[in-house]
Design a protein around this ligand. Structure first.
Ligand code: GLP
Length: 263
């Protein structure tokens, strides 16, 4: 696992977007061999999305041959609902870039057969030969996508009941806490771990304890992001605020490694 420590949220956003651009451009994707990108929602990746849109507008990056798979979606929330992840992705990213709508994959939380929907999602990822780069954020309690504490570290895409603290955290986007869906469809920890590369963005003091659990403690299903320790190509990009619970020697160690790409 590699930890890239940058000063601010803006620096993390710019670094992550530059990294995604480099990975896509170096891949030279085509219709027959598209770049498969896993994407998150949340406030953390917003800055990265804005920067990717800028790169696209400047003519530096095209998404024509990029296929995306989103991490998760609420169950029973209409796609047009302001807080659905469909709405989030189209408003904040997809409508501003040249992606082919057919190449966008987001779980359908309104499906009559949720198990089937999840199975189909896994199959489709496989048909594309797997995800090249899965980008994620984490919750304050260390969950990736909606893989709440106690999720199996080999879990696949499925419906997951949301933990009370997740419902509480996400209620800031809804009028009332009662309006927050109680469950979601989510890719599993195993689904994320199968990607050729995983990049997590972690920013702000609120995530400091979760970052400490992810990086300095052992692999645990109670902090599902810690599974990244077992990934051969795991990358975590953080700002200084998020490092507050890390040991000084951990921070110095990773800052001392200059193998990461400078932008
Ligand atoms: C939700 C999402 C996660 C996201 C997390 C943190 O739980 N399912 O994918 O990482 O929120 O969101 P934020 O970046 O807004 O803190």
């Amino acid at each position: 696992m590699h930890l890239v420590i940058l000063k601010t949220f803006q620096d993390v956003s710019h670094w992550a977007a530059s990294y995604v651009m480099k990975r896509i451009n170096d891949f030279h994707p085509t219709t027959d061999n598209p770049f498969v990108l896993g994407l998150p929602t949340g406030s953390t990746p917003l800055g990265m999305y804005q920067q990717l849109i800028k790169f696209h507008q400047e003519g530096l990056l095209s998404f024509k041959h990029v296929v995306t798979f989103n991490m998760d979606e609420y169950v029973n929330l209409p796609k047009l609902h302001a807080q659905s992840y469909h709405h989030f992705m189209w408003t904040n990213f997809f409508k501003h870039i040249d992606i082919n709508p057919e190449n966008v994959n987001i779980l359908n939380g309104l499906s009559k057969d949720l198990n089937k929907e999840c199975e189909k999602y896994e199959e489709k990822i496989k048909e594309y030969g797997g995800v090249e780069l899965f980008i994620g954020g984490i919750g304050e309690h260390g969950h990736m996508a909606f893989n709440e504490a106690g999720s199996s570290l080999t879990s696949r895409t499925r419906e997951k009941k949301l933990a009370h603290n997740t419902i509480q955290a996400n209620s800031r986007f809804f009028d009332n806490i009662e309006d927050v869906p109680k469950s979601a469809l989510t890719v599993g920890v195993g689904t994320i771990m199968d990607a050729k590369e995983v990049m997590l963005l972690i920013t702000g003091a609120k995530k400091a304890y979760a970052l400490y659990k992810t990086v300095e403690e052992g692999v645990s299903h109670m902090w599902t992001a810690s599974a990244l320790q077992l990934h051969p190509k795991g990358l975590i990009v953080v700002d200084e605020d998020a490092t507050m619970e890390l040991k000084v020697k951990t921070v110095k160690y990773f800052e001392g490694l200059d193998e990461h790409i400078e932008f």
